[in-house]
Design a protein around this ligand. Structure first.
Ligand code: DGY
Length: 331
């Protein structure tokens, strides 16, 4: 008998077909919202799950699912998973790094450019029929070329963003839990600074650090107060890293120039105050959303699940395990 798995959200049908070669697949192709109770019910008796970053898989759920052996996220971020609980229970956890790095970095730049140069605000202005004549101060923004780019979180995506900065003649400063090797800093032309220096010196600050209890509200009112009034803030990482209410206040008070947000606290809900300030560009968590990259993410998540459940050509060797310590003693 094939092991049973759950695919929690709609994904490419051919990926489901591939999984079906190895597993009895319960797939949510209708994309119904699975709340915690529905998720628990659908996971009962399943050996594996291909999950989404919005599926909360915590210790209580893991304990209630003794047959669960693998949790495979279709996302690089995995703050939705209680990794210590999965590890303690002998459940393999995987994510989808690398395949989305460049696409996400591209989007960081799209958001930066749109924010600094007021692209969406300009479009709304035009569509509303407000464009009557040229004027010297109409929708003026902040320069990108030659400005100082600040990056908080210098992992794969942060580095890919930094690489693109050379074309814009931008000095790069960054802050990270651990400093990069000197050679990498040199290649990226990036200078390590303290978090306070980063806040004070960046003209455009991009957040690409992972979410954890330590990074919760890493950007709050006090941090926003340290930024330049001409600065922009881009959150590409996770909701909860920025205090969205404090940001809305800072934007309304023009304490900073503008913000670009792809992720939100409590998404898909968006703080109502962010919806009423004009100087913010809002996108619905789409940084990795190119056709090619979403396919690569689904394929990697499926590869992980197949291998983690000891099937397919890489049986027992999933390509991107978050908790490798679990492998010798997994369920
Ligand atoms: C990721 O891969 O972590 C993206 O944010 C999609 O959830």
């Amino acid at each position: 008998m094939k092991p049973s798995i759950l695919v929690t959200r709609a994904i490419f049908p051919d990926v489901i077909d591939r999984l079906a070669q190895y597993f009895d697949v319960d797939s949510n192709q209708e994309d119904a919202v699975l709340d915690a109770a529905a998720l628990r019910e659908r996971l009962a008796g399943k050996a594996g799950v291909l999950a989404n970053a919005a599926d909360r898989i915590d210790g209580a759920l893991v304990c209630a699912l003794p047959q669960l052996r693998a949790v495979c996220n279709m996302a690089v971020g995995y703050n939705n998973l209680d990794v210590p609980a999965l590890t303690a229970a002998g459940v393999v956890a995987t994510n989808t790094p690398d395949v989305l790095t460049e696409t996400t970095a591209d989007f960081g730049w799209a958001l930066l450019m749109a924010t600094a140069r007021r692209v969406t605000e300009s479009e709304h202005y035009l569509r509303a029929g407000k464009w009557e004549r040229w004027s010297y101060d109409m929708l003026v923004g902040m320069d990108v070329f030659g400005a100082t780019l600040g990056i908080l979180g210098m992992g794969r995506i942060g580095q890919a963003i930094a690489r693109r900065a050379s074309g814009f003649g931008m000095p790069v400063i960054y802050h990270n839990r651990s400093r990069l090797p000197a050679e990498t800093e040199q290649q990226l032309n990036a200078r390590y600074v303290t978090k306070d220096e980063l806040l004070a010196q960046a003209d455009h600050l991009i957040l690409v650090l992972p979410y954890s209890p330590e990074s919760h509200h890493a950007i709050d009112a006090a941090e926003l107060a340290k930024m330049k009034p001409t600065a922009t803030l881009i959150n590409l990482a996770r909701g909860g890293i920025v205090n969205d209410a404090a940001l809305a206040n800072a934007l309304r008070a023009r304490q900073i120039f503008a913000a670009g947000l792809d992720v939100f606290e409590g998404e898909p809900s968006v703080h109502p105050d962010l919806l009423t300030v004009p100087n913010v560009v809002l996108t619905p968590h789409i940084a990795s959303a190119s056709e090619k990259t979403r396919r690569a993410m689904a394929t990697l998540a499926a590869d992980n699940l197949i291998a983690a459940l000891d099937a397919g050509p890489n049986a027992g060797h999933p390509p991107s395990v978050i908790n490798p310590d679990v492998m010798p003693r997994r369920r």
